[in-house]
Ligand binder design. Structure first.
Ligand code: OSB
Ligand code: MG
Length: 353
């Protein structure tokens, strides 16, 4: 039994080393909220809220999620007796939506419980100790594309995700993919083929991508079903997947082959673990997505990627990719294309804020 005796929120804001450009937004600076929960013995658990400044990726925002965490979720959490961190999601069940806010608080509680048991988080959730393959998203200026790919490869990355849209030069991408046969390339459209002719998407089918992520809008199930039936490249859904129900819908409607796990979008550890179990049983491919996040969120993501069912390489760049200095120590770093799991209790990283 544990009591959550305290909760704190800290603003973290840093410029990115390089702008991160998608069809949805150009991100040059990142603000997140770090959540710290405490038990009666003074142990701490850490979470990170990955909502953006404005609602361009999901409806949530930094300001709105901070309000929900502080004024709505914290009172539901504080003071109650808990036997398992999965109970957090039950405490929040009367609050609609706000998945990123819920996930951040939940993450902190799961970290705290793992630390109470003296277990690394990956072990607490049933993961396996193994180096996690790194993956980077090249999303800078178009004219720097070849150079950025080369730099990623030189840094040891063997999985590279490129952002695509109907305006992308397919021939250029094809040649870059063909020139680097040792690299797994993913393509992410962030819904940009919405309302466009199917042929525009089909032009990317023979480009050599391992998968194409979210060609259409989050609610465009039928468009995804049609694309999947016409393409050989697997379709992967990101923005469409907010819950286990959405994954079931994808399976029923044959609207995709693979999903991106993002704890913030799914509402936290409890829902994410249900999704992982469903996907394992249905043989739906999974990988862990990134949110231009700091080390706290990344450490939770690394634990998630340690589950043997999560077989595809995720968006795992090192601390230095986005940040001058990360907020965790030690920093997260990539060695020979892999990231080591921390064996310290909980997320296994100290917080420097
Ligand atoms: O669509 O996967 C996405 C970042 C922010 C919002 C949405 C997405 C992304 C990324 C991952 O592409 C970037 C990363 O953190 O490595
Ligand atoms: Mg995506």
């Amino acid at each position: 039994m544990a009591v959550i005796a305290g909760i704190e929120f800290h603003k973290v804001k840093q410029p990115l080393n390089q702008p991160f450009i998608t069809v949805l937004q150009k991100v040059q600076e990142r603000e997140v909220t770090i959540v710290i929960v405490r038990d009666a013995e003074g142990r701490e658990g850490y979470g990170e809220c990955v909502a953006f400044d404005t609602p361009w990726y999901t409806e949530e925002t930094v300001t709105g999620s901070r309000f929900v965490m502080e004024q709505v979720l914290a009172p539901l959490l504080l003071g109650g007796q808990m036997e398992h961190p999965a109970e957090t999601a039950c405490l929040f069940s009367t609050v609609k939506g706000n998945h990123m806010a819920k996930a951040a608080v939940e993450m902190a509680v799961w970290d705290l419980f793992a630390k109470r048991q003296g277990l690394p988080l990956y072990e607490f959730i049933g993961g396996v100790y193994a180096p996690i393959p790194a993956g980077v998203v090249v999303a800078g200026e178009m004219e720097d594309l070849s150079q950025n790919i080369k730099m990623a490869i030189d840094s040891g990355y063997r999985r590279i995700k490129l952002k695509i849209s109907p305006d992308t030069d397919v021939a250029l991408l094809k040649s870059l993919v063909a020139a680097n046969p040792e690299i797994s390339f993913y393509a992410d459209a962030n819904g940009s083929f919405s309302g466009r002719a199917l042929e525009e998407l089909l032009a990317f089918d023979q480009a050599g991508f391992v998968l194409i992520e979210q060609p259409y809008g989050e609610h465009e199930w039928e468009a995804h079903r049609i694309a999947r039936s016409k393409m050989t490249t697997p379709i992967c859904l990101d923005e469409s997947i907010h819950s286990l129900e959405d994954v079931k819908r994808m399976a029923e409607q044959q609207a995709g082959d693979v999903i991106v796990l993002k704890m913030g979008r799914l509402g936290g550890w409890a829902e994410t673990l249900k999704v992982v179990e469903f996907c394992r049983n249905e043989q739906i491919g999974m990988w862990v997505g990134g949110m231009i996040e700091f080390g706290v969120s990344k450490a939770h993501n690394l634990a998630l990627a340690s589950l043997p069912e999560v077989k595809l390489t995720g968006d795992f760049s090192d601390s230095g990719h986005f940040w001058q200095t990360d907020i965790v120590s030690p920093e997260i770093y990539v060695e020979h294309g892999k990231i080591k799991l921390s064996e310290s209790p909980g997320i296994g990283y100290r917080l420097n804020i």
